[in-house]
Each structure stands twice: as C-alpha cells, then as structure tokens.
Ligand binder design. Structure first.
Ligand SMILES: Nc1ncnc2c1ncn2[C@@H]1O[C@H](COP(=O)(O)OP(=O)(O)OP(=O)(O)O)[C@@H](O)[C@H]1O
Length: 502
C-alpha cells in the first residue's frame, strides 16, 4: 500500500535519510523542519497517513506537536524518534498519544515495520470509527461493565451504587484515564435518571472566552459570531446528568455562575437577563488536588464544598495491579470480537507478567490502547511479550532477566496464571467456580448476607494460607481470638482447619 508519510525533523541529514527509507518502500514523503510546519502540512493535506516525528526541535518540539494534534482532534498515527536512553521522553510521548517509537539512527527495516503497523492500525481505526464499534464513551455503561478485582475498585463501585440512589453531587478524583467518566456513566445508568441525557463537558478543553456560553447557552446576537441561539450544556442535560470533567480548570468568574446553578438550580443565558430553572444532577471530576487549588485561590471554597458532597477517589492503576489481569482479559475479549477473529486471542503468562509489572502512567486508557494495538497487529493466536514492544522497551530489566518478575511477586503471578487459559473458557471462569472470586449477589440477583460472604472468605483464606491461623487473622485484619470465635460460629474445626474447609 502506498501511503503519505509526513517526516518532521529539524536535521536535514536525518530528513534525507528518512525520506530515502520511506520512498524505498514505495510511499510518498512530505517534509517539515519543525512541529509548526508539520501542523500546517497536516492541515493542508487531509490524506497524511503516518507522521514520523523528531522530539527535539526548535520552534515547536515533538511533545508540543503531539499535544496540538490532541487539541485539534487530528487522529493520525505518530512514530516518534528518540535518542539512546531517552526513556523518560518516550514515556511522555506515548502518554501524549504517540503510536510507536524508534531509536535513532533507525534502520530502514525497523522504520518500514513501524510504518506498516501504523498503517494497519490507522486503517482498522478508520473502519472501527465508521462502524462506531469503539465508541466506548457514548452509550450506556453499567457497574457490571467496570472490570474490577481490587478491593479499591470494589469500594469505588460500592460507593458509586450508593451515590446512584440520590441526586447528591459526586466528585470523582483520580489521574487521567483511571475510569472517572466510566464510573460517572454507571452512576447515571443505575440512577432514576437512567435513559435521560448524560452530557459531558471537558472544562479544561474549552477556550476561556467560550466557557460561559457553552455551559449556560447564549441568545442570538449576544456577542460577535453568535448568529444562532444556543441552549448550552446545562439545558441539554435538563432532567439528566451533567458530567463536568476537569472541573478544576474552570475560570473563577464561571465558578460563581456554577455555584448559583448548584445552589438555586438557576442559570442565566449569555445575552439574556432572564433566569431559567434547570434540573440537573452534577457529577464532577478532577485529576488535580482541588483542596490545593482552593488554598492557592484558584478554586472557590464554597463551590468546592457544594460539588464535593460525595467524593469518590479512583486510584491509579499502578496502585491496584490486581485489576490488570481482569482488564486485560476484558479488553482481549472485546477487541478479538470487534476484529472478528475466528477465535479470541489468548495471552502468554510472560506477556501477562510484563503487563502487570508495568506502571501504566496513562492508566486504563493506555492499557486499553495497548491491548487494542496488540490485537490488531497480532500474527498468531497467542499474544506474547514481543507483541508489546513499547512496554518491553520501557522495562528493560524485564527483557534482561527475572528481577522484575520476582518483584511482581507471588500474588501477581498467581493472578497471571489464572489468565493464561484460553479466553473462550473465561465465561465459565467468571462464574462462582473461579476459586478466588466471592460473589456479592445471590442467584436471584440480591446482595448476599454479610455473614455468608464472611464465612466464604474465611474458608478461602484458610485454604489459601494452608491453615496458618496467625497469617489468616493478620490478612483478614482481625485478632486470633476473633478468628477462633468465628471458626466456631461457622462450624470449622480449629485443630484441623484445612481439612474441615476442603
Ligand atoms: N474498570 C474499567 N473497566 C473497563 N474499562 C475501563 C475501566 N476503567 C476505564 N476503562 C476504559 O478506559 C478508558 C478511560 O476511561 P475514562 O475515560 O472513564 O477515564 P477518565 O478518568 O475519565 O479519563 P480522563 O480524566 O482523561 O477523562 C475508557 O475507554 C474506559 O472505557
């Protein structure tokens, strides 16, 4: 396939070499000396398929270029070039949305493979977009769609379910990509407002002069360029839920108006002196520490307390690695189905260990994209470590030996092992037969009694730790005497615990 490749590099010698490599594979090349020129070319040629980008450039460097692509919603795969040992920069570039990286000086073969992969992925994404199959942000999301295994996420889901029972304002805190919007959507779906509008506003992405009009709407002729009346997000969400993402980025003058909307349920449209009643449930999200913003005078304290009535913190993925295998499994299954693969792909134990060892600075979004990419580019029926070159590249110790594997520890590897089964058998595993899963609902879909769950957990812990009472008590966070009392309650023989729970 002949493609249009944009090369952005300030070094003329590099540009020539890259041009020769690209054209050798039959592609057309376009040249830019810095990010700014690159953006102009991208805007002028809608048909650019792949960008090969240098990171260190005057005028607009590679990272600023990637940021600009995100802001302008230009969705083209970018391969970044990096010097030896520039792992930190590569991590930043991958977080900023780069598709792949190559280390300078790159061989024509390696560049050719990276471009072929990028073209394949770009093509698949185009198809997926036209089928609308990866439209995860829209549509209904329920709590059961949120893959979770860690106590932290189980708590998040529990809090979310409780929040869904009222219209209390919820504040979701967590780094980018941890799943804040997903939880917000699940709250809406489980609430009385399910089926009503769910409207998202990314407060950080709106130019400051448009925030007011986007949130509260404007009358025709309210300002230059306001050629039509515009309802605004509050009105759009009337009766439903308004999700204010990155609420910490709202300018102070808008915070005053938001406070009024929250306190009195009233908004004032730009260009009109009339106030309008709205009935909106607010869910806000932030990846900043809002208390610090309040202390620094950038966020109003009164608004903070109004929005933060029911805070839910979603920890970063690296703090709840138990979730990784579960997430990998869900994504593998989903993308294998989306790609219409005859049989769903499996994953090797080594690859799962690698994914578990990685810290995922871009959280679940990065993991999801990584699995998507691996599924699209997979050659065989099982994904192995080499199907995750970027992750392998960022964990050189992992490739070199077993140090990181040891670090992952017994616990993660145990989880990893449970995932090496073929994906098609997972449906069965998800049922109560999976030994380390304790169901929270009974057969009729009702929440189980606490005592029943407790008994099951104690029996499991006794088996898990081979009947070592002090370990079991410590892990369960109870004293030994309490444990003995409970064993008696549940009819478990304390002198022969393992046998009596077998
Ligand atoms: N527990 C989960 N199970 C399955 N998919 C998840 C989970 N959490 C997040 N995702 C997926 O990860 C991606 C990122 O999630 P989401 O957009 O909700 O994160 P976010 O915290 O709102 O990010 P940002 O702050 O950047 O807007 C989405 O595609 C979402 O579907």
């Amino acid at each position: 396939m002949t493609a249009q490749i944009l090369i952005v590099d300030d070094d003329p010698v590099q540009r020539r070499l890259l041009k020769a490599a690209v054209e050798r594979d039959g592609h057309h090349s376009h040249m830019a000396e810095n990010g700014r020129q690159g953006l102009e070319i991208l805007k002028a040629h809608a048909g650019i398929d792949v960008v090969v980008l240098d990171l260190m450039m005057p005028e607009m460097d590679g990272l600023a270029f990637l940021d600009a692509l995100a802001v302008m919603h230009i969705d083209v795969p970018v391969i970044v070039q990096t010097g030896q040992g520039g792992i930190e920069t590569v991590v930043n570039a991958m977080r900023a949305g780069a598709f792949d990286f190559v280390v300078k000086p790159v061989s024509p073969e390696r560049l050719g493979t990276a471009i072929a992969n990028a073209l394949k992925l770009g093509h698949e994404q185009g198809e997926a977009r036209s089928r609308g199959s990866r439209g995860r942000r829209s549509g209904t999301v329920s709590f059961s769609d949120i893959a979770s295994a860690s106590p932290d996420m189980i708590r998040v889901i529990d809090l979310g379910r409780r929040a869904a029972q009222s219209t209390i304002p919820v504040m979701l805190e967590g780094e980018s990509g941890v799943g804040k919007e997903m939880v917000a959507r699940a709250i809406q779906s489980a609430s009385e407002r399910s089926g009503k509008p769910f409207v998202t506003v990314n407060c950080g992405a709106i130019p400051e002069n448009l925030v007011e009009s986007i949130l509260f709407g404007h009358e025709k002729g309210a300002f230059t360029g306001a050629t039509e009346k515009h309802a605004g997000k509050f009105m759009e969400a009337d009766g439903g839920t308004l999700f204010l993402d990155e609420v910490g980025d709202l300018p102070l003058d808008i915070q005053v108006k938001l406070l009024r909307a929250v306190q009195q349920g009233e908004i004032e449209t730009v260009g009109s002196s009339r106030v309008q009643k709205v009935n909106v449930r607010l869910i806000s999200a932030t990846n900043k520490n809002l208390i610090e913003e309040v202390k620094a005078g950038r966020f109003r304290e009164d608004l903070y307390y109004r929005l933060n009535v029911f805070p839910i913190t979603i920890p970063a993925l690296r703090r709840r690695k138990e979730d990784i295998p579960n997430l990998v499994r869900v994504f593998l299954h989903r993308f294998s189905t989306e790609q219409r693969l005859g049989a769903p792909l499996t994953i090797s134990a080594g690859a799962m260990a690698l994914l578990t060892a990685f810290d995922w600075p871009g959280n679940i979004r990065q993991l999801e994209n990584t699995i998507y990419r691996a599924v699209v580019l997979a050659q065989g029926s099982e994904l192995t470590e080499t199907d995750f070159p970027q992750i392998l590249g960022q964990l050189p110790d992992f490739a070199a030996g077993s140090a990181v594997r040891r670090e992952i520890g017994e616990k993660h590897l145990r989880l990893v092992e449970s995932l090496t089964a073929p994906v098609e058998s997972l449906a069965a595993e998800e049922g109560p037969s999976r030994e380390d899963m304790i169901a929270s609902v009974d057969d009729s879909g009702e929440i189980r009694k606490l005592a029943e769950v407790e008994e099951e957990l104690i029996r499991f812990a006794l088996k898990f730790y081979g009947g070592q009472m002090s370990r079991v008590a410590r892990r369960l966070g109870i004293g030994r005497s309490t444990l003995y009392r409970k064993l008696k309650d549940y009819g478990i023989d304390p002198d022969n615990p393992v046998q009596s729970v077998a």
